[in-house]
Ligand binder design. Structure first.
Ligand SMILES: C[S@@+](CC[C@H](N)C(=O)[O-])C[C@H]1O[C@@H](n2cnc3c(N)ncnc32)[C@H](O)[C@@H]1O
Length: 260
């Protein structure tokens, strides 16, 4: 993989820095920054196949996050909403918080578990507001809590997917999505975690992978995920377009609609 390079701008550099630090903590390092490009000098061939899908190049969510930040292109004073406050995995709240520190704006992160706020809030700036609530319920009341504040960026990562029984999670993802639509700015972005495009995007090759692949490939089941019902809902709706779909789903919204 030596010599492969990806250009970074000021915005997507934040994603690079964030995921780099995650990867360092997890003990892998496959890319280094030279100027504004990531150069892959890591020995990918030594990584077991089972864990390769986690890389991309640092983490399975790296490209979707970095694509979104790249598109935001340093826009100032965004209103960002996240469901599912930082836990051990991606630590997404800290990434959004670093965006707010750099470019201004406001972040609301919502989690039903009060410990998330307690553990995290001392690390975040005063423009990051941590709310303890059911996310769909809070978002349905967004305009009461934030009159005149429309949402530019939404990251949906709350109710964990039970790959054997995903219905409750999927319904919750749809409820969050339906709740935010009336609150969006005229042009907005929605990123949804845990919504693999196909079973090959699942981050493991164990029992879950075999269960989901068999259901999808042999029985023709839809691929499960937090955004599975959202994908169905936006089909044919010209206000939404899928920009990138890997393990996460990145959607662009325009109140005026995109041409077919
Ligand atoms: C995958 S974790 C979030 C991870 C975080 N975004 C990160 O990158 O570190 C999912 C979170 O959703 C929260 N959650 C589950 N059900 C919820 C609900 N109905 N409303 C709000 N949060 C919920 C859980 O408490 C948990 O903290």
């Amino acid at each position: 993989m030596s010599g492969v390079a990806i250009s970074l701008n000021e915005s997507s550099f934040l994603a690079y820095e964030h995921f780099q630090s995650r990867v360092n903590r997890e003990g892998h390092l496959f890319g280094t920054l030279e100027g504004n490009v990531i150069v892959f000098s890591g020995e990918l061939d030594k990584v077991p196949y089972e864990t390769r899908s986690m890389l991309h190049p640092f983490h399975i969510n790296y490209f979707t996050f970095s694509t979104l930040l790249d598109k935001l292109n340093g826009r100032k004073d965004l209103t960002i909403v996240e469901t599912g406050t930082s836990a051990n995995a991606v630590d997404s709240t800290s990434l959004w918080d670093s965006w707010i520190r750099k470019f201004g704006g406001h972040l609301t992160t919502i989690d039903i578990d009060p410990s998330r706020k307690l553990i995290g809030q001392s690390r975040w700036c005063s423009q990051t507001e941590a709310v303890v609530s059911d996310s769909a319920e809070y978002l349905r009341n967004w305009k009461i809590h934030h009159p005149n504040q429309t949402i530019d960026v939404v990251y949906l990562d709350s109710w964990d997917v039970d790959w054997h029984n995903p219905t409750a999670c999927q319904k919750h993802g749809l409820a969050e999505f339906e709740a935010i639509i009336p609150c969006l700015s005229k042009h907005a972005w929605i990123l949804i975690d845990d919504t693999p495009k196909d079973p090959s995007w699942l981050p493991d090759r164990g029992a879950i992978y075999h269960y989901v692949s068999t259901n999808v490939h042999t029985f023709g089941d839809p691929i499960p995920g937090k955004g599975a019902l959202v994908l169905k809902m936006i089909e044919g709706d010209l206000r939404f377009r899928v920009v990138l779909h890997q393990y996460q789903l990145l959607i662009e919204y325009s109140a005026f609609g995109f041409s077919a």
